[in-house]
Design a protein around this ligand. Structure first.
Ligand SMILES: Cc1ncc(COP(=O)(O)O)c(C=O)c1O
Length: 411
């Protein structure tokens, strides 16, 4: 029989106002709202249009929207209840006023830049950002008169700025060398000059790093990676002040890179276990990095949790954990490196990161295959470089597997 007694206050009703809910609690409950079905999980609303009872209902909606008094939308390109649920949870995790979910990480990057960069403006891009982001800035934006300077980390940032610089677009940690940028310093310099800062923190996740707390204006993630966490969806997110996120949301209404409701529901499902997963990714990353650093068949290891990493101090100051990606060079050339990768039994040979399955990539054979070894080297990609994205498998199994595959290089 259904109870007519008032229901006790549920945790999720208090989480948003609680002083310091932990990141795992926010990942499970943050931003959750009651739904008409009393369902624990969010219903998937697939309808593209919204029905209005009659013209009076339509007029009431239009008036409420003009006054900013409703979150309701009339069409799926402007929003969706299932997508909104994921957005609220992402905003809670980033402790951001607002979050916006898009069709992919690249949709988040391109839409954010197009929404915020003025025609004829100038963008500073930090060194080592994702290849397609670099390509977007180098090949597409000049068509609208927007120019880019790539800032090398070991030079003064202020030297890269111009009077018309509108935006600094950064990424931390970077791929494949996991360089960690001092975001407090970056934000302080940018704001002295009235420049907006956008940071792609895909490799960190809000569990390990919160750029907004360090003064960054907007944070972006490829939710395809750790946030979704299961290698089964593509999505992107941008979070920060409501004023800025709503500019990007308006741009999505025109540019169209919306996230599908089914994808948003899968993402919300993935987010529930984010805290647990990241703890294991961090543990596996650290253990594997330390193991590789001591192995005679390994030349060099890059992992921010190692004291030998150039940005170890910044990472320790800024991050709660160092993630599951470890890059390293093995002793040998392309042939030996390929032999090592083929000998691995647990990591799958696939070009992504951040999911429960460990993945391995050999950058010389993947993104940079069409270049000569010398050209690859000039881009900082030697033929013996391996990138591992450690999943959530048992640490000892991963170490045993790496040991047996590295042994093939010592034979
Ligand atoms: C740091 C970073 N940002 C953005 C992207 C693009 O994300 P998506 O593949 O979801 O479009 C990637 C993809 O690898 C990435 O590694």
């Amino acid at each position: 029989m259904l109870s007519t007694q008032p229901q006790p206050t549920l945790l999720w009703e208090t989480v948003s106002s609680a002083a310091t809910p932990g990141a795992s609690t926010l990942a499970v409950h943050g931003g959750r709202r009651p739904n008409p079905y009393g369902a624990v999980t969010e219903p998937i609303v697939t309808s593209a249009p919204t029905v209005f009872r009659d013209t009076a209902d339509l007029v009431a909606f239009v008036q409420a929207r003009q006054q900013g008094a409703t979150e309701q939308v009339e069409y799926g390109r402007y929003g969706n209840p299932t997508v909104r649920e994921a957005e609220r949870r992402l905003a809670a995790l980033e402790k951001a006023e607002e979050a916006l979910l898009l069709a992919s990480g690249m949709a988040a990057v391109t839409t954010t830049v197009l929404a915020l960069a003025p025609a004829g403006g100038h963008i500073v891009l930090t060194e080592g950002v994702y290849r397609r982001t670099r390509q977007f800035l180098a090949d597409f934006l000049p068509r609208w008169g927007i120019t880019t300077t790539v800032w090398a980390w070991d030079t003064p940032l202020e030297a890269a700025l111009r009077p018309e610089t509108a935006l600094i677009l950064a990424e931390t940690p970077t791929n494949p060398y996991l360089r960690v940028l001092d975001l407090e310093e970056l934000a302080a310099t940018a704001h002295r000059h009235g420049i907006l800062t956008v940071v792609d923190a895909t490799f960190a996740t809000p569990i390990n790093l919160r750029p907004l707390a360090l003064g960054i204006d907007l944070v972006i993630h490829s939710a395809t990676k750790y946030l979704g966490g299961h290698h089964d969806l593509l999505a992107g997110v941008v979070a920060g002040a409501a004023r800025l996120v709503s500019q990007v949301r308006d741009a999505v209404g025109t540019l169209g890179g919306v996230c599908a409701p089914q994808t948003a529901a899968a993402l919300t499902r993935g987010l529930r276990t984010l805290g647990l997963r990241i703890a294991r990714h961090n543990q596996n990353g650290q253990a594997v990095a330390e193991f590789l650093e001591g192995h005679p068949a390994v030349e060099r290891v890059w992992y921010p949790g190692l004291p030998s990493h150039p940005d170890h101090d910044t990472a320790r100051r800024q991050m709660k954990g160092f993630g599951g990606v470890v890059s390293f060079t093995v002793r040998g050339g392309l042939e030996e490196t390929a032999r090592f990768v083929d000998a691995l039994r647990i990591p799958l040979l696939a070009a992504s990161l951040g999911g429960v399955e460990s993945l391995v990539t050999l950058p010389a054979l993947a993104s940079y295959y069409n270049l000569s070894p010398a050209e690859r080297l000039a881009l900082g990609i030697p033929d013996n470089l391996v990138r591992l994205s450690l999943g959530i498998e048992d640490t000892d199994d991963l170490l045993d597997d790496l040991a047996q595959a590295l042994d093939t290089l010592l034979a």
